[in-house]
Design a binder for this molecule. Structure first.
Ligand SMILES: NC(=O)c1ccc[n+]([C@@H]2O[C@H](COP(=O)([O-])OP(=O)(O)OC[C@H]3O[C@@H](n4cnc5c(N)ncnc54)[C@H](OP(=O)(O)O)[C@@H]3O)[C@@H](O)[C@H]2O)c1
Length: 269
């Protein structure tokens, strides 16, 4: 298929590469053009150029306002299918209309590179995207015809994962505060019911204070904010969002989400 990818950041770039490797004709646009090079895609200098003639248009951009602005510039034909893969939350899913595939993804840089994302697909036309999903995903969860169902499921998934990262950050900060080796904590839970691969995946960077981005902290804070907007009475998402914003304000926005640890560590060291 002829597929336009708008947004070739951490997630969009490997998705474009995997689509090209699977034999699709990929047309890419990114605000910072250099990031669209070398993916096996033809690079365009405008969203309108990239989508012209495309059968499928994928948006993998930072947030709802960015998706709306880029799509306004793109002039996508009614014949093309739009897969909106960015995490935009419930209100933006509505604001973007009702005639598109609402398909945010679970999985971070590595699963994106490996073509093993999970797509949370809802909305009209998703059944026509099988070959496109196959190129980038290991799993597609079909959430029905209603646009917005994908974003709702994504917020649920992110509530779990962002809460987990924040709990880990505080646990490691507490361990260091008490003079307990945080690696002993990881050994203590290893292989038991309390263990999760995520503890080591995000815990080691916290202990080493090295945060190469898989999921940028600024976007994680945005996602925690989307959960707060969707469920303002739940206390935990507010705490997670505010702690992440503290770490963003301290200059860690472009680091991995694990850098939320820097806010807890500063407060308890
Ligand atoms: N990373 C993950 O683990 C992960 C997992 C699941 C879902 N997501 C979601 O996937 C989406 C993309 O995330 P990512 O990790 O790929 O982030 P990223 O590397 O920061 O990419 C963000 C993309 O949005 C573009 N962008 C940002 N502001 C823009 C603006 N004002 N105008 C035009 N383009 C703009 C960026 O362009 P530039 O390159 O020019 O900055 C880039 O293409 C987000 O919605 C995120 O929440 C991420």
């Amino acid at each position: 298929m002829i597929v336009a990818v708008l947004g070739t950041g951490i997630m969009g770039a490997p998705m474009a590469r995997n689509l090209a490797s699977a034999g699709h004709e990929v047309r890419a646009w990114n605000r910072t053009s250099a990031k669209a090079q070398g993916l096996g895609a033809t690079v365009f200098d405008s969203p309108a150029g990239a989508v012209k003639g495309a059968e499928v248009v994928i948006t993998m951009l930072a947030d709802g306002p960015t998706v709306a602005a880029v799509m306004q510039e793109a002039f996508v034909s009614d014949d093309a299918l739009w897969w909106q893969a960015s995490t935009v939350g419930v209100d933006w899913a509505d604001a973007l209309g009702d005639a598109y595939v609402d398909g945010p993804v679970m999985g971070t840089r590595k699963p994106a590179e490996d073509g093993k994302l999970t797509v949370l697909a809802s909305g009209p036309g998703r059944e026509q995207l099988g070959d496109v999903f196959d190129a980038v995903a290991a799993k597609v969860i079909d959430l029905g015809d209603e646009v917005g169902a994908g974003q709702r499921m994504k917020l649920v998934g992110n509530s779990w994962v962002l809460g987990l990262v924040e709990a880990l950050a505080e646990t490691i900060a507490l361990a260091e505060h008490l003079g307990v080796d945080p690696r002993d904590f990881l050994k203590m839970i290893e292989g038991g019911l309390m263990d999760t691969p995520y503890a080591r995946l995000k815990g080691e960077p916290m202990i080493a204070r090295e945060f190469p981005p898989s999921f940028p902290l600024a976007l994680a804070a945005k996602d925690a904010g989307l959960i707060v907007e969707a469920a303002p009475d739940l206390p935990l998402p507010k705490l997670v969002r505010d702690q992440m914003l503290r770490a963003v304000e301290a200059g860690h926005g472009e680091s991995d989400v694990a850098a939320t640890f820097m806010a807890s560590w500063r407060e308890h060291s």
